[in-house]
Ligand binder design. Structure first.
Ligand code: SAH
Length: 213
């Protein structure tokens, strides 16, 4: 067995041990090289289950958290998905293997531009990366079947909930940035919203407005 295959096996083992059991999610994560979304020395740690630094003072999430969030989102092949917080683009690339189309928004132009370059290099062509304030969502493209927020808000943003179709699911961390946040799954039904608490997490904050870089 070569080293790459060995590392990948350990990566998948670690994901399963952390509760990522959905085979579609595991297959998607097996096929998206996290190293392609990292630069310099961090590439060496691509398959460690840790968050790592990316440009603009942001972070690429821990793989097991990416897996658990993707699993909770229960993405279907025909789905149109909105992700808030492109960051490196890693999470969007995984969603793109499971969904029909992914729209991903970040407030830093540098991050959406770099992510687009990576998507092109990996031949992924069902992701649209947009620089904007994601707390406003993308009204022109709504409603979405699934919405994933990868930055923490104090409450689920009502603007985003309004852009979720009935029967749709939104997964997001809620809570203040320097405290423990809760990962929440919201399902929109005919009669209202169902909330489910999944686990504690730690994400960078959802910040209003567009960034300088
Ligand atoms: N999903 C990313 C990690 C996200 S880190 C990955 O796979 O690498 C959180 C990201 O949310 C950061 O890049 C930050 O710039 C972005 N962010 C924070 N507030 C935002 C807002 N209001 N609109 C859009 N993006 C935002």
């Amino acid at each position: 067995m070569n080293i790459a295959a060995d590392i990948k096996m350990q990566f998948l083992f670690q994901l399963r041990a952390q509760g990522v059991t959905d085979s579609r999610v595991l297959t998607a994560m097996e096929h998206v090289d996290r190293g392609a979304f990292l630069t310099g020395l961090f590439q060496k740690r691509a398959y460690d289950d840790v968050p790592l630094a990316i440009a603009c003072g942001q972070t690429i999430s821990q793989p097991s958290i990416v897996g658990l969030m993707t699993q909770a989102l229960d993405v279907q092949p025909r789905d149109k998905v909105l992700e808030i917080g492109t960051g490196s683009g890693y999470q969007a690339a995984i969603l793109a293997r499971l969904a029909r189309r992914v729209y991903t928004v970040d407030r830093y132009k540098r991050l959406t531009r770099d992510a687009e370059t990576t998507f092109n290099a990996l031949n992924i062509n069902n992701i649209t990366a947009i620089t904007a304030d994601g707390s406003l969502g993308l009204p022109d493209q709504s409603p979405f079947d699934r919405i994933l927020v990868t930055a923490a808000a104090e409450d689920p943003p009502s603007t985003l909930l309004a852009q979720l179709r009935i029967g749709g699911i939104m997964v997001l961390p809620v809570g203040q940035s320097d405290t423990v946040q809760r990962l929440i799954r919201v399902t929109k039904t005919q009669t209202g919203l169902d909330y489910e608490e999944l686990r504690t997490v730690r994400f960078v904050p959802l910040v209003e407005g567009v960034g300088q870089d």
